[in-house]
Design a protein around this ligand. Structure first.
Ligand code: UDX
Length: 430
């Protein structure tokens, strides 16, 4: 079986390479010819640990190739995965233009039976609409089936997650098509749940919204811990030992970001509104996340005696470590809030680059931690790169003017930092 992956973004490239690694013959399709050229030369347009090596390995093995012609891709492959983007519209709904475009291409060029599988995160009923979109574009009525197969990988650990998933969800009205898609994953050990397409679509949104709920719950709890002078990390450690709660996604911080949680929570709220159902918990989850960084900035501002006129290092601007993705990164919101207070900001990230639109005389990015921290009054740590945990903070202290550390991810050892002479403040963690 040959597999076509439509959309060479983050999910598409990872999915294609994982199928190549599992032994399948894969073609990656993107209408952006520059992207196709770069991928054909083994170059990724984003950073993801291990993926570049896998790309080079499978270009060499001949298991993957990249093309920009939908006609060729669709005619030559029996199984098609749609992995195009579904960004948020202004009203929070998911923009399905790219999914519709992919469906129309498939309808136009298919000349044989196809299994069309949707990996993109799409609102409830999109799989059903997809059938209509394909049919409308068909010149000759060739048969096809549509399968929903949502993706659960995390950026920064995409390969590990794809090869070791907690579960494989397959939604289809056609038993045979579901069996074919399931067989692609035969060499992966994971529970497979075959269900209806609508259910599969909702499982994806409900899972992301639930994880976001866990995070906002502990983030709000961290605000209470801050007042009570109780360490939130110890509280969540104790909570996580209860198997019904579990230890994951209980890490308090300056809020969740990225391409999924913010977008998917808004899309689920939009769907609920359409159905005239109130998801009041999820509404609060989003609100808590939107105010988490300003809540802690206010507390830290009191500690340092006002931010205005200070020089502050912002460490880690990506939405989490091991990625260069800045989408919905809490660090960017912190930078904007501090810009309004006339703070001199010195930015550092091991990989991510500060967007041009945010940089100015007062906001500059530097290559090394040593240069970044020169003459700073304070450090605000926004994503928990290993780089920062392993830094020589004694040596770095000598470069600073004052010694405040505001740890937005509770990732440094507070006691050690205090011993080194820093005034250390975390999130709900004195
Ligand atoms: C998420 C889901 O985990 C994944 O299953 C889905 O397919 C896509 O969305 P991702 O956005 O790549 O993956 O990263 P994730 O590790 O889930 O982190 C998301 C955000 O939550 C990050 O900003 C992270 O810093 C934050 N987070 C995570 C916390 O603040 N606390 C936690 O305990 C966990």
């Amino acid at each position: 079986m040959n597999i076509l992956i439509m959309g060479m973004g983050y999910v598409g490239v990872t999915t294609g390479l994982v199928f190549a690694e599992l032994g399948w013959q894969v073609t990656g399709l993107d209408t952006d010819t520059r992207k196709v050229e770069a991928l054909s030369q083994g170059k990724l347009s984003f950073y993801e640990p291990g993926l570049d090596l896998l790309l080079q390995k499978h270009i060499a093995s001949g298991k993957i190739n990249f093309i920009s012609s939908p006609e060729m891709g669709i005619r030559q492959n029996d199984i098609i995965f749609i992995c195009v983007g579904t960004p948020s519209d202004k009203d929070g709904s998911a923009d399905l233009q790219a999914v519709r475009g992919a469906a129309q291409s498939i309808g136009t060029f298919m000349d044989d039976y196809k299994i069309i599988t949707v990996k993109s995160t799409v609102p409830i009923d999109t799989n059903r609409k997809l059938v209509e979109w394909v049919k409308e574009s068909q010149i000759h009525p060739h048969p096809f089936d549509v399968v929903s197969n949502p993706e659960f990988l995390r950026e920064g650990s995409a390969l590990f997650d794809s090869l070791n998933p907690d579960r494989i969800i397959i939604g289809s009205d056609n038993e045979q098509a579901a069996i074919v898609i399931q067989s692609l994953y035969d060499s992966i050990k994971a529970p497979v749940f075959v269900t209806k397409p609508r259910t599969a679509e909702l499982i994806k949104y409900a899972s992301n919204a639930f994880l976001a709920t866990k995070i906002s719950y502990v983030n709000e709890l961290a605000r209470l811990c801050e007042s009570l002078e109780v360490n939130v990390t110890d509280v969540t450690k104790g909570m996580g030992l209860d198997q019904r709660i579990g230890p994951h996604f209980l890490k308090a911080g300056i809020g969740y970001g990225g391409s999924c949680f913010p977008k998917d929570s808004m899309a689920l709220l939009y769907t609920a509104k359409e159905q005239q159902v109130e998801l009041s918990i999820l509404e609060r989850v989003v609100a808590v996340n939107n105010s988490q960084s300003s809540h802690f900035l206010n507390i830290w501002e009191q500690k340092i005696g006002g931010f205005s006129g200070k020089t502050i290092a912002i460490l880690g601007i990506s939405f989490k470590p091991n990625t260069d993705d800045l989408r919905e990164a809490p660090a960017l919101s912190i930078i904007q809030q501090l810009q309004h207070k006339q703070v001199n900001l010195r930015i550092h990230d091991p990989i991510a680059k500060l967007p041009e639109a945010l940089s100015s005389d007062m906001v500059q990015q530097f290559e090394t931690l040593e240069i970044t921290l020169q003459q700073c009054d304070a450090v605000i740590l926004c994503s928990e790169w290993k780089h920062y945990r392993e830094a020589d903070w004694l040596q770095l202290r000598a470069l600073m003017k004052d010694y405040y550390i505001f740890d937005g991810r509770n990732t440094l050892n507070g006691q050690e930092m205090t011993k080194l002479g820093y005034a250390y403040y975390g999130i709900g963690n004195r």
